[in-house]
Ligand binder design. Structure first.
Ligand code: UD1
Ligand code: PEP
Length: 416
């Protein structure tokens, strides 16, 4: 199993190119199931979850050709309407095949994703929405089996804001009979990116970027070309790393308009940020100041950035409070950060972080994707060596993170 060995203390300087967003690429690749034509994608990130979803889609009969960041999909020969447990268990986003398969082929059998390290993460809203559109859904032997000759448009109000729930129902609605209204829809930029691709494929969607999506179903969708939006979480991870250890780094291929809250918090921490259309320069000359925040849906502070900002708070001047409101168990990194010398206590959904003068390297264990990224940041700031185990979590969602960090001066290497 690969590990990362990091010797902390180096400032970061130079340029990093941001990859396409994992959380946009995954639903967008699944959208290839909605048409018999060819969908040409670019800026697809090179990471494990993309490999997994392509394997899943290929075993359904979708033809997928990958050349660097370009992926060409053709769904004219899909013959297996099933997502098996072996694949779903390694990547929850596999649930995103449910809506497209059901809408285009009238049937889908998808393993029920289990809970994961960060929470129980049910998919009841996906199922409830599809049932409201007329699908007959049974759950048996750990599988969701959904059938509907033709889905029917309706008004759906989800109990909470769900990102992949919105994406699944949005994709299903594009081929339904009549009008679907999705109220309480997620407004995350990755949902917008998916919606923009669907429109390019011939879908009729109004309210893109708002919490009310109105979809007029069409008979069929056609091929299109689309560049996946830049990864705002990866961008913020690198911004946070610079703010934590100091330096001067320019991020290329970034999307500044999706990062308001990260900009605000990093400026509050003392970073100097300048930006253009597709670049962000982060300069940090001093020790960061502690920043408090509460995770919430877009455009609020993303849960997927919580752990990385907590790493910065560990070595910041002052104390901070971090409240996690999206997932019930997303503080798994806290114990590991404390092993590096951080001073964090947890009270329910709140972490209280007292900034310390220094962290000291130690062996630590990655428990989930963003926890891994936060341990990388903490290790970059720590004195001495940190060995991070179980980095398969990191590889799931970051495109060659250690290569990008080495290029700006970090002492980081992958060890077998
Ligand atoms: C592949 C992808 O895009 N993953 C992102 C997506 O996950 P994902 O789409 O799984 O997260 P959701 O937005 O659905 O989850 C939000 C909350 O709603 C709950 N819920 C959700 C659906 C449902 O049917 N029932 C239910 O109770 C969840 O347990 C959670 O507490 O959004 C999360 C929240 O921004 C991010 O952390 C993930 O990185
Ligand atoms: C939680 C995440 O992803 P997933 O929903 O794929 O588990 C994430 O990207 O931080």
């Amino acid at each position: 199993m690969d590990k990362l060995l990091i010797r902390g203390g180096n400032r970061l300087s130079g340029e990093i190119t941001v990859s396409g967003a994992k959380n946009a690429a995954l639903p967008i690749l699944c959208a290839g199931l909605l048409t018999a034509d060819t969908v040409q994608l670019s800026n697809v990130p090179n990471l494990q979850d993309v490999t997994t979803i392509l394997r899943l889609l290929r075993q359904m009969g979708l033809r997928a050709e990958q050349d660097g960041d370009k992926v060409s999909l053709n769904g004219s020969a899909i013959d297996k309407l099933e997502a098996p447990y072996e694949m779903v268990k390694t990547m929850r986003a596999s649930i995103l095949v449910l809506g497209p398969l059901l809408a285009r082929f009238g049937e889908a059998r998808v393993s029920l994703p289990g809970g994961c390290a960060i929470g129980s993460r049910p998919v009841d809203q996906h199922i409830k929405g599809l049932q409201a559109m007329g699908a007959e859904v049974t759950i048996e032997a750990g599988y969701i089996h959904a059938k509907a000759k033709k889905l029917k448009g309706t008004r759906i109000v989800t109990d909470m804001i769900t990102v992949t729930g919105t994406e699944n129902l949005l994709m299903a609605a594009t081929l339904a009979d009549g009008e679907t209204i999705l109220e309480n829809a997620a407004r995350e930029p990755e949902v917008t990116d998916l919606a923009n691709l669907l429109v390019a494929m011939g879908a009729k969607i109004e309210g893109i970027g708002t919490d009310r999506l109105v979809i007029q179903g069409v008979e069929s969708l056609h091929g299109a070309s689309h560049a996946v939006i830049a990864d705002r979480i990866e961008t913020a991870t690198f911004m946070c790393a610079v703010a934590t250890v100091g330096g001067d780094v320019t991020l290329r291929n970034a999307r500044t308009d999706t990062l308001d809250v990260a900009f605000d918090k990093l400026r509050e921490a003392g970073a100097i940020l300048t930006s253009g259309d597709d670049w962000i320069r982060v300069q940090m000359a001093s020790r960061p100041k502690a920043v408090s925040f509460r995770t919430t849906e877009y455009p609020g502070f993303p849960t997927d950035m919580q752990a990385q900002f907590m790493a910065m708070n560990c070595v910041a001047e002052g104390s901070s409070r971090v409240i996690e409101t999206i997932f019930e168990n997303r503080f798994m990194h806290v114990q590991e950060m404390n092993r590096l010398g951080a001073a964090i206590t947890i009270e329910g959904h709140t972490a209280i972080i007292n900034g310390v003068d220094k962290l000291v390297g130690a062996p630590v264990m990655a428990t989930d994707l963003r926890a891994s990224a936060s341990l990388v940041i903490a290790a970059l700031a720590a004195e001495g060596d940190t060995l991070i185990d179980r980095i398969y979590h990191l590889d799931r969602g970051y495109d060659r993170m250690e290569v990008k960090l080495s290029a700006v001066g970090a002492d980081i290497q992958r060890v077998k």
